[in-house]
Design a protein around this ligand. Structure first.
Ligand SMILES: Cc1cc2nc3c(=O)[nH]c(=O)nc-3n(C[C@H](O)[C@H](O)[C@H](O)COP(=O)(O)OP(=O)(O)OC[C@H]3O[C@@H](n4cnc5c(N)ncnc54)[C@H](O)[C@@H]3O)c2cc1C
Length: 315
């Protein structure tokens, strides 16, 4: 199997998703496609029969595919939806239009270089804008949806829409369309909400100064290097923080730092991170997640909810 990067316009079969997720672990996608651009993505979606599951993936920095793999077509947005443009500038601020495959740190830099303030928090989130919108990614007191003017979406039939934040329930690390489009297919999944993906967003930021924003980006990145195990494969915070508390504090108080299942380990540097020490299986990572949940429940009576998304079949 080729180790070459999946090129725009290329389809691969049985593609190891470990190449496309930051945990560097897990099973294969039955099919994996990286579109050339937005028009190619639209044409691709329209040619896929309604019953064929599609799964959109950005940089895989919040994702685990189980070892038995994913019986779906994974569509990669990074390197595909990569346009960005500065719109509507005035003395108070500006709107950036950014496609979903653009990495969040690049959005932070684009905004800083345009003399805008408020996008710096995105610099340390190693996913795409689309993944950030899906997760309502955030840190240091800010979240992506605080800056969304509108989003452009694509549904399973190939219909493109412009939506506003009012169309969504927006919560901590969770975003849900209030009225999702209907599914086309019949069968057991017919009553589930049909998927709709982000193609792009218009993001609003206030006027600021480039040098201040760039300085803040450097400071935030240095803070991450000091507190997160960035030199080992991981997926950021595994669990959402429970109301009024921190998952990391609860996990550490259970004495779970350094706990292992196979090659998966609760980071010694940050207890809400699980690192892959080399050859961790997705099962080992998931077993460790379950063990942490059980112990935190037993000791603190708190049910930790995963922030990372786990998909696919057990081996
Ligand atoms: C070291 C590290 C630090 C991190 N720090 C933070 C942090 O500070 N704050 C934070 O919130 N997160 C953080 N994360 C988690 C992660 O980076 C974010 O959740 C990020 O927004 C995910 O983007 P992605 O492109 O990697 O999404 P993926 O992992 O590829 O996908 C995540 C989910 O989003 C869906 N999705 C992806 N693209 C689209 C799209 N275009 N339309 C619809 N759905 C889509 C996928 O189907 C999947 O369900 C961190 C991760 C790491 C590894």
């Amino acid at each position: 199997m080729s180790e070459r990067t999946l090129q725009p316009g290329e389809m691969r079969y049985n593609e190891p998703m470990s190449r496309h997720v930051s945990w560097r672990a897990g099973g294969c996608a039955a099919r994996c496609y990286r579109p050339r651009d937005r028009a190619d993505l639209l044409a691709f979606v329209q040619t896929q029969s309604a019953g064929m599951a599609l799964h959109v993936v950005g940089l895989g920095s919040n994702l685990l595919v189980r070892d038995g793999g994913l019986d779906a077509t994974v569509v990669l947005t990074h390197g595909a939806l990569r346009q960005s443009e500065l719109l509507q500038q005035d003395a108070t601020g500006a709107v950036l239009e950014v496609e979903a495959g653009v990495p969040a740190p690049k959005v932070a830099r684009l905004a800083a270089h345009a003399g805008l303030a408020g996008a710096e928090f995105l610099a340390g989130i190693p996913g795409t804008l689309g993944g950030a919108l899906a997760m309502n990614a955030g840190c240091y007191g800010d979240e992506i949806w605080n800056h969304v003017d509108s989003v452009t979406t694509l549904d399973r039939r190939g219909v493109i829409r412009v939506r506003t934040p009012q169309d969504y329930h927006i919560h901590y690390r969770h975003v849900q369309l209030k009225h999702p489009p209907q599914r086309e297919e019949e069968g057991p999944r017919a009553l589930e909400p049909a998927p709709e993906w982000f193609l792009a967003a218009r993001l609003q930021f206030a006027r600021g100064s480039s040098s201040t924003a760039l300085q803040r980006i450097r400071a935030l990145l240095a803070q991450r290097v000091a507190t997160q195990p960035l030199n080992q494969p991981n997926a950021g915070s595994v669990f959402r923080n429970p109301p009024g508390d921190y998952a990391a504090r609860l996990i550490e108080a259970c004495g779970l730092k350094g706990a292992r299942e196979g090659e998966a380990e609760v980071s010694l540097k940050h207890a809400n991170f699980i690192i892959n020490r080399g050859q961790a299986s997705a099962r080992a990572i998931e077993r460790l997640i379950e063990r942490v949940q059980q112990q935190v429940w037993a000791i603190h009576g708190v049910a930790l909810v995963t922030e990372v998304r786990i998909v696919g079949e057990l081996a």
